[in-house]
Design a protein around this ligand. Structure first.
Ligand SMILES: *Cc1c(COP(=O)(O)O)cnc(C)c1O
Length: 350
């Protein structure tokens, strides 16, 4: 028998501020006047990790958790009661229905076909999505009186806003459409607002809100920006330093050429970690308050930075990688949703 090898520390660090995550849920719950906040935990809590985030949300008081796929259920029900987990893509076949019943997670029924399938499988209580204008998933408003819908035992009757991060007339139209359906379809709880929808005010809160992005530090509307705290901090270590001569180039396609001698550092952060090429040239990593510009292209697993402002830094020292998704200036060509969901397994440490 040999002991299993001890994994050395990583050269990448994703720190989740659990206190900030709990505070964000509590702030969003307090804004959900008259109701409660749930949590969208799909896509591995938007890249931050179910095991890190779901227990924090549960302990903060959250009792309803949304995932997209059945494959996401097992990780979440390791932490919360299965009946608190709702699967947004619903049921597409008998295997989905069997899995729902075996686990106790509940589907969000999205069409008359899904309703028929769920009933044929003796599904029991479920949730129901009605499409009020995003044209993505959900039964049509005109289907609300269909016998297939009447046959369902609906807990959460929900709809999803298309333009909640804008002051669009679409928001009020979707609100009115959901109210009309709510009077036709018996249900336990009514739900409309995602993170941005919570910022639209208490008319949109109903019994349950479904924040995702704002839990993890995004502020999609100005009404939320003072209340939401950053949750993620990303750091990467310098792997090697070198001194370039004037005329030396850096990285793939030699996209940067040193105009004069300069000290540079090669840093362990790249595409596979979620640091995409669009975040390369023109951007910077930081040490303390000092800005260390990225030179050339992000090259797979690494970036090279200019160490002129921090000449004492050596291999093994940690640099801060901007990942504050509430700060639009950091977003470059990526949306805050993309900045989180591209976080790679290697960076997450899973
Ligand atoms: C992802 C999702 C949410 C959460 O949206 P955010 O904009 O991240 O707050 C809420 N409801 C549904 C149906 C979703 O798919």
């Amino acid at each position: 028998m040999t002991d299993s090898p001890v994994l050395p520390p990583s050269s990448l660090r994703l720190t989740i501020d659990r206190g900030a995550l709990a505070a964000n849920w509590q702030a969003l719950n307090a804004l959900s006047v008259g109701g409660r906040a749930g949590a969208a935990v799909k896509a591995d809590c938007y890249g931050l990790g179910v095991d890190a985030c779901v227990p924090v949300l549960r302990d903060a008081g959250c009792e309803t958790f949304f995932v997209a796929h059945w494959s996401e259920v097992a990780a979440v029900i390791a932490h919360v009661p299965p009946a608190q987990v709702a699967v947004l893509h619903g049921v597409l076949n008998d295997a989905d229905c069997a899995y729902a019943k075996a686990t106790g997670a509940m589907p969000v029924i999205n069409s008359l076909d899904q309703a028929m399938l769920w009933t044929a499988n003796d599904g029991g209580r479920c949730h129901l999505m009605v499409d009020t204008g995003i044209n993505r998933l959900g039964i049509a408003v005109g289907d609300a009186n269909d016998p297939q819908i009447a046959a369902l035992d609906v807990d959460i009757l929900m709809s999803h806003l298309a333009c909640a991060d804008e002051d669009s007339p679409m928001n009020a139209r979707q609100l009115a459409a959901l109210r009309a359906v709510a009077s036709a379809v018996p249900h336990q709880r009514l739900s409309l607002a995602n993170s941005a929808g919570i910022g639209l005010g208490s008319d949109y809160a109903f019994d349950l809100t479904r924040p995702g992005l704002a839990l993890y530090g995004g502020a999609p509307r100005a009404e939320l920006s003072g209340l939401i705290r950053p949750v993620t901090q990303v750091e990467a270590a310098i792997l090697q330093t070198r001194t370039l001569s004037a005329g030396d180039s850096v990285g793939y396609n030699a996209a940067f050429t040193a105009p004069s001698p300069m000290r540079v550092g090669t840093v362990s952060m790249g595409y596979a970690d979620g640091f995409l090429r669009s975040r390369g040239s023109g951007n910077a990593l930081h040490h303390g308050g000092r800005r260390l510009p990225i030179l050339g292209k992000v090259s797979m697993d690494m970036v090279v930075v200019d160490l002129t402002a921090a000449p004492e830094l050596a291999a093994g020292e940690w640099l801060q990688v901007p990942w504050n998704i509430a700060d639009a200036a950091q977003q470059n060509s990526l949306s805050p949703y993309e900045m989180l969901t591209v976080i790679g397994r290697r960076l997450r440490g899973g």
